[in-house]
Design a protein around this ligand. Structure first.
Ligand code: SF4
Length: 348
């Protein structure tokens, strides 16, 4: 089937489903895919749209944890399926960072650290870019999810209650949040997941206010101080926008750190003669750069391969076959705890 035939077939099937179908796409999806999405946004925004819609079938163009979050939020009050379902056109699209933490390891870390924290309560916080089982462990222990946009508010809330935080899986996001909150580097201890007991002693744990899981997004973590120096020399006067998932050495050089949504809004509000260097996934940077004004350039072009796995052919395949391999179903026993973790964040 040629590209035009694929597009026409998608359109025909979308029309036949009408309001019973919702196609969602993450900002990092290819523009060709985005063109067929009813809404484009960040993972949480899209999951909330999925939950608020009445659509029977939701096709989520993104990676696994995003489709899982949508499934968690559309279940009934008992956490059971309610006749609505979430479909992922590229079922192999995962997230390398989310896979750096699993439920069993987080539970073990929690148990070990909780016994050492006899001086203050320990609360888990997980980045929404995490697998359902990780969210469920967090929810079970009274913790909350966070996004790159609201992470500062969530962390600040639990610190203000006097709690110590176990943050997973993105070490850079929480380190940058602590820096922005004015904490010195010693306030963060790193949990090395491959070392016994995370490589942390009771003294090290009690000296810290936040224990950072040693995961990271390989895309954002790969930006360097040299990238910043090169871009600043090439585009003098440009503003550097960086997400807080970049290493602290890079994020601290940015003119502004913020979520994907924050970056998009900053550029939308800018004067036409401004120039922005953007340090995030290339599919999004390209789309932002397609507009003539303001000028947008990449800090260094990096593609998230998992985000790039979704194709129009796969969307058509879901619409034609509804193959069970593409249906995302979080284990029933995880749903209520995982949802509690997400809902705690929404309530803050
Ligand atoms: S960009 Fe990073 S956080 Fe997002 S899906 Fe890719 S690896 Fe995961």
């Amino acid at each position: 089937m040629n590209n035009l035939a694929v597009r026409e077939a998608i359109e025909r099937l979308r029309e036949s489903w009408g309001d019973r179908l919702l196609i969602l796409g993450h900002h990092y999806q290819d523009s060709e895919v985005v063109a067929y999405c009813d809404a484009v946004g960040d993972s949480l925004e899209l999951s909330r749209l999925a939950a608020a819609s009445k659509a029977e079938r939701i096709i989520f163009c993104g990676v696994r944890f995003m489709a899982e979050t949508a499934d968690i939020l559309i279940r009934d009050e008992k956490g059971l399926p309610c006749g609505r379902s979430v479909w992922q056109p590229a079922p192999d699209a995962g997230c390398p960072m989310a896979d750096m933490a699993d439920g069993e390891s987080l539970e073990a870390a929690w148990q070990y650290l909780a016994t050492l924290c006899d001086d203050r309560p320990l609360t888990p916080i997980v980045y929404v870019n995490s697998n359902a089982e990780v969210k469920a462990v967090c929810g079970k222990h009274g913790g909350s999810a966070c996004t790159s946009g609201n992470g500062l508010r969530v962390v600040k809330h639990f610190l203000s209650l006097g709690h110590r935080i176990l943050f997973a899986p993105d070490q850079h996001l929480c380190t940058n949040i602590m820096r922005e909150l004015g904490y010195p580097p010693e306030a963060v201890a790193t949990w090395h997941r491959k070392l016994p007991n995370g490589g942390l002693s009771k003294e090290q744990v009690q000296a810290a206010r936040l224990i950072a899981w040693d995961g990271c997004c390989p895309i954002h973590a790969s930006y360097t101080v040299d990238d910043v120096a090169t871009a600043r020399a090439t585009y003098p006067g440009a503003e550097l926008l960086s997400p807080p998932e970049a290493p602290a050495a890079v994020a601290s050089l940015a003119d502004q750190t913020g979520s994907t949504k924050g970056i998009i809004e900053t550029i939308a509000r800018a004067e036409p003669n401004q120039t922005f260097i953007v340090g995030t996934e290339e599919h999004l940077v390209r789309r932002l750069a397609n507009r003539k004004e303001p000028k947008v350039v990449s800090l260094r072009p990096i593609i998230c391969e998992d985000m790039g796995l979704t194709t129009l052919e796969q969307i058509l395949n879901v619409l034609q076959n509804w193959d069970e391999a593409c249906c995302v179903k979080v284990k029933d026993e995880l749903v209520l705890d995982a949802r509690a973790c997400v809902e705690r964040m929404l309530a803050l």
